[in-house]
Design a protein around this ligand. Structure first.
Ligand SMILES: Nc1ncnc2c1ncn2[C@@H]1O[C@H](COP(=O)(O)OP(=O)(O)OP(=O)(O)O)[C@@H](O)[C@H]1O
Length: 276
C-alpha cells in the first residue's frame, strides 16, 4: 500500500511538542487471566495523534481498540512503553478529555437540558451559565426543541446526540468515542456521522473514534489506524486524503475503502476494481 505509514519505534519522542496530543512508543498491555498468568492483549503500539485530528481505530472484535482508547484516556496504564500527552507522561485522566460510549449513559431522571448542563456545572459554572451553554450545544446538534424532555422520550439517535452535546458542552480538548453509533439503524448512523464531521470541522476538537465499521472509519477518519488481533497490534496507519465532507460514492472514498478491505483480506481474487 502506497499510503501506509507506520510510526517506527525508533521515531524519537518529542517531549516539547505541543501539537502532538498523544505519543505512544512501544506500548504494550497485558491483563491477568482467570488461570493466573498475564495475557498480552496489545503489543508494541506506536502512534502519534496531532491536535485537532480525527483518528479512527478500526479492527475486528478483540484487537485492542478499546484498550488503546482506555490507555490514551488514562483509565488504564501501559504494562510497558511510553505514553506522552502534550509531551508529558500521563499521570491521571484529564478533565478536558471526555468519552462517549455506545450506551450514551444519560441520567434518566434528568431532562435533556439538565443532562447537558450537568458537566458544565460540575466544572464550577453557575446553574444559569450552565443552562445557557447547554442550550448553545443542544442547538448545535439540533435538539433545542426537546430540551425539557427526558431521555426515555427520545429516539436512540436523539439520545446519542444529547450525549454528544453533553460532551461538547464542557468544551473538551479531546473526545473519545467508543463505537458510539453501532447500536443505531443505518440511516440514523449516516446522519450522525455527517453531524459529527460538521461539529469536528466547526470545533476543531481532537477525536479518537473506535469502530469496527470500515465505511464509517473511511468516512470520518483523517487517519485510520488498522488493527489486528492475537495479540492486538497496529497493522498500519492510513492517512485518508479525502476532501471533507465527501460522498460515499466518490472514487476517493471507494479507493480507500477497497485498500482497507484488502488489508483485512476481504477482497476476492476475482473482484474487479471498486466492485465491493
Ligand atoms: N480489564 C481486562 N481484563 C482482562 N482482559 C481484558 C480487559 N480488557 C480487555 N481485555 C481483553 O483484551 C482484549 C482486547 O479487548 P478490547 O476491548 O480492547 O478489544 P476491542 O478491539 O475494543 O474489541 P470489541 O470491538 O469487541 O469491543 C480482549 O481479548 C479482551 O478480552
Amino acid at each position: 500500500m502506497n499510503n501506509v505509514k507506520k510510526v517506527s519505534p525508533e521515531a524519537e519522542l518529542d517531549p516539547r511538542s505541543r501539537d502532538l496530543v498523544f505519543q505512544m512508543r512501544g506500548v504494550s498491555k497485558s491483563f491477568p487471566t482467570p488461570e493466573g498468568p498475564l495475557r498480552l492483549v496489545l503489543d508494541d503500539v506506536n502512534l502519534d495523534i496531532q491536535q485537532g485530528e480525527f483518528v479512527c481505530l478500526l479492527g475486528p472484535s478483540g484487537c485492542g481498540k478499546t484498550t488503546v482508547m482506555n490507555l490514551l484516556a488514562r483509565f488504564i496504564t501501559p504494562t510497558s512503553g511510553t505514553l506522552l500527552v502534550h509531551g508529558e507522561p500521563l499521570v491521571a485522566p484529564n478533565p478536558k478529555h471526555v468519552t462517549i460510549f455506545q450506551e450514551h449513559g444519560l441520567f434518566p431522571w434528568r431532562t435533556v437540558i439538565d443532562n447537558v448542563a450537568f458537566g458544565v456545572q460540575a466544572q464550577g459554572a453557575s446553574k444559569s451559565d450552565a443552562r445557557e451553554k447547554a442550550i448553545k450545544y443542544l442547538e448545535l446538534v439540533g435538539l433545542q426543541e426537546v430540551a425539557t424532555l427526558f431521555p426515555h422520550q427520545l429516539s436512540g439517535g436523539m439520545r446519542q446526540r444529547v450525549a454528544i452535546a453533553r460532551a461538547l458542552a464542557v468544551e473538551p480538548e479531546v473526545i473519545f468515542m467508543d463505537e458510539p453509533f453501532s447500536a443505531l439503524d443505518a440511516f440514523t448512523r449516516y446522519r450522525l456521522q455527517d453531524e459529527m464531521l460538521r461539529i469536528w470541522q466547526d470545533q476543531k476538537t481532537t477525536i479518537i473514534f473506535v469502530t469496527h465499521d470500515i465505511d464509517e472509519a473511511v468516512y470520518l477518519g483523517q487517519k485510520v489506524v488498522v488493527m489486528a488481533p492475537n495479540p492486538g497490534r497496529i497493522e498500519m496507519v492510513l492517512p485518508m486524503n479525502i476532501a471533507r465532507p465527501c460522498e460515499r460514492t466518490d472514487s476517493q472514498f471507494l479507493y480507500y475503502r477497497r485498500e482497507i478491505f484488502k488489508a483485512f483480506q476481504l477482497v476476492h481474487e476475482w473482484a474487479p476494481e471498486y466492485a465491493i
